[in-house]
Design a protein around this ligand. Structure first.
Ligand SMILES: Nc1nc2c(ncn2[C@@H]2O[C@H](COP(=O)(O)OP(=O)(O)OP(=O)(O)O)[C@@H](O)[C@H]2O)c(=O)[nH]1
Length: 575
């Protein structure tokens, strides 16, 4: 036998697999599904053996660069996932309304600070700066690992590149605009960021409570008051990027969603924007002349909705390239720079569009859509800067993070504990009008999913069993959109409901919502009648309306999102 490299035994099946893989690699130069699948598979294999999970990974050839800003989270272990799946099969427990009250500091612990940019100077080379930041970030992660186990922590951003985006936006901004989704406001606002912006950077900070169309008006008033009291230097504003949502009146009419849709061009959220302008005026004083911005709002308010919807994505965008060094000077050149920060999916891009009165940055239902910060001039001396969504380290439970939109639903390995979280706080059985799949009266999260799968006819392709996974995904998407609407509450809200019901700021809230018709203040999150849930279709019209609804809601970039607040329409929509 000739001397040389010893061959390892190779089965016929393994040989076949090898040849198949080679064939696939040969077709690498061709664009198409095969190449995409190969790259995603390659990424998944890498991931399985790594402690870091990369999310929204793009299957492109030049992946090193394109995927610089992908979300990176700690990978959950197999045991963790197994434990959670078993938990989802156990009977649901009832959670009282009082337990929806949250105190942010219990989740954003002091020991869980966010990464700050290490000291730098103009004498450092780009490489030196890069290395210093990498070393710092590694040490930062190790220090967290020493104090906490990954299991008890939330998903939070582990991609240094994304934190760098935050550092740059913080450096270049005169005012930091932090945006939260009102439904989860208490668990989206990191006190450590407030402390850093106000006390270390000595900058001003505005908190935008966005998506107020999704929460009851008294609850919005209570959240505003909570933040104003707790963070005295914070300017707190309420906002919706979908004002005039209820322009067409009744909401539980036979036509369901369609009647709640505001028709016409995408317009500026003028009421909310006016309040933002006033807050900015108070902050900048005489340093920047904001009269052009005021003019813009005035013009917009006077405009009739006859104009065309103008979509001008990228028109005035100046995607700022890597800014390694940036020395901040307040109101440099008489320009006010406002940096928009917040967790993924809170509506940062939508807020920018709503302030502009036209679509200038792209919006998506998929969390983590904005990858690189971008700047845009609102007027000749007001500049907005949109930062990618950032998840700060905390102890917010993972199922809740999914509902908050911090984690892309499509990438979830185990959606059922999130359904459990939801079903213990909202009466999903009643809301969805589902029957127990086994005729029982003890419900588990899995039963809810199976009940929904049965109702919607979701079956697996191979064995034609109920597709619980698809049902769970469908329910989570509805929760993200606000069709199934869960809102957390500030401390002591439940015992003081009457007080908030008649609070003076409820009038301002209704004005921001631009509601023209008299409506109940508790539209979101209240009880649902049978009539609301399953409206009888008008003779001969149901089918067409239903189809229209499907096509319109499919668009990922649909700024005037018809789904929005209408939890009454859960049975009218397709996912
Ligand atoms: N109901 C309601 N939905 C909103 C509002 N603002 C934004 N949305 C929806 O929230 C989703 C996320 O909006 P984006 O503007 O893409 O959010 P983002 O914070 O830029 O997201 P990332 O790119 O993940 O950082 C989209 O489906 C929007 O239509 C609002 O005021 N009310």
């Amino acid at each position: 036998m000739p001397q040389g490299r010893r061959k390892t035994p190779f089965s016929g099946k393994a040989k076949k697999e090898q040849l198949k893989a080679k064939k696939q690699l040969k077709s690498f130069d061709f664009e198409g599904d095969q190449k995409k699948a190969l790259l995603v598979e390659q990424q998944q294999n890498d991931e399985a053996s790594s402690s870091i999970r990369k999310i929204n990974f793009q299957p492109v050839k030049d992946n090193a660069r394109s995927n610089k800003y992908v979300l990176q989270f700690h990978n959950e272990s197999k045991e963790e996932l197994k434990e959670r799946r078993e938990f989802a099969r156990q009977s649901l427990l009832h959670v009282t309304e009082k337990e929806l009250e949250v105190v942010g500091e219990n989740y954003f612990l002091k020991e869980l600070d966010f990464p700050k940019r290490p000291q730098w100077s103009f004498n450092m080379s780009r490489d030196q700066l890069e290395q210093k930041e990498q070393k710092y970030f590694k040490e930062y992660i190790s220090s967290i690992e020493e104090k906490f186990s990954w299991k008890e922590l939330s998903f939070f951003e582990l991609n240094l590149e994304t934190w760098r985006q935050l550092w740059r936006v913080l450096e270049m901004s005169d005012i930091v605009l932090f945006i939260v989704d009102i439904r989860f406001a208490g668990l989206m606002f990191p006190p450590s960021l407030y402390d850093y912006v106000i006390n270390v950077l000595k900058k001003n900070m505005i908190l935008i409570l966005n998506k107020i169309d999704l929460s009851p008006v008294p609850l919005v008033a209570a959240w505003k008051d909570y933040f104003t009291e707790k963070y005295p230097k914070l300017h707190v504003l309420m906002f919706t990027t979908m004002p005039g949502y209820n322009l067409l009146g009744k909401q539980n009419d036979k036509a369901g969603l369609q009647i709640r849709r505001r028709k016409g061009r995408l317009r500026m959220a003028a009421e909310g924007t006016q309040l933002l302008l006033e807050a900015c005026k108070e902050i900048v004083g005489n340093n920047v002349d904001l009269s052009t911005w005021q003019e813009k709002i005035k013009e917009e308010t006077m405009l009739e909705s006859e104009e065309d919807e103008s979509t001008e994505v990228g028109e005035t965008i100046n995607v700022t390239q890597d800014v390694g060094y940036f020395e901040h000077e307040h109101y440099k050149g008489g320009v006010l720079t406002i940096g928009c920060l917040g967790q993924p999916n809170v509506g940062k891009s939508s807020v920018m569009n709503a302030i502009m009165g036209k679509k200038v940055v792209s919006v998506s239902k998929t969390p983590g859509h904005t990858k690189h910060f971008q700047t845009i001039f609102l007027t000749n001396n007001v500049r907005l800067c949109d930062c990618p969504g950032l998840i700060f380290p905390s102890k917010v439970p993972k199922p809740l993070q999914v509902l908050m939109g911090s984690f892309p639903i499509a990438q979830l390995k185990e959606p059922f504990t999130t359904i459990r979280y939801l079903a213990e706080r909202l009466d999903l059985v009643k809301l969805l009008r589902i029957d127990h799949p086994e005729g029982d009266d003890e419900w588990s999260a899995m039963d809810i999913c199976d009940g929904w799968a049965k109702k919607r006819g979701y079956l697996t392709a191979k064995a034609a069993r109920l597709d619980s996974y698809r049902a769970a995904n469908s329910l989570l998407r509805m929760a993200l959109d606000g069709k199934i609407c869960l809102s957390l509450m500030p401390p002591n809200y439940v015992t003081r409901k009457d007080y908030w019901q008649n609070h003076p700021s409820t009038d301002v809230i209704k004005w921001i919502l631009a509601r023209r018709t008299e409506e109940s203040d508790n539209t979101a999150g209240s009880d649902i009648s049978d009539e609301d849930v399953e409206p009888k279709p008008a003779a001969g019209s149901g089918d067409t309306e239903h189809k229209k609804l499907q096509t319109e809601s499919e668009s990922d970039n649909d700024q005037i999102d018809l789904a929005g607040a209408n939890k009454f329409a859960v049975l009218n929509t397709e996912d």
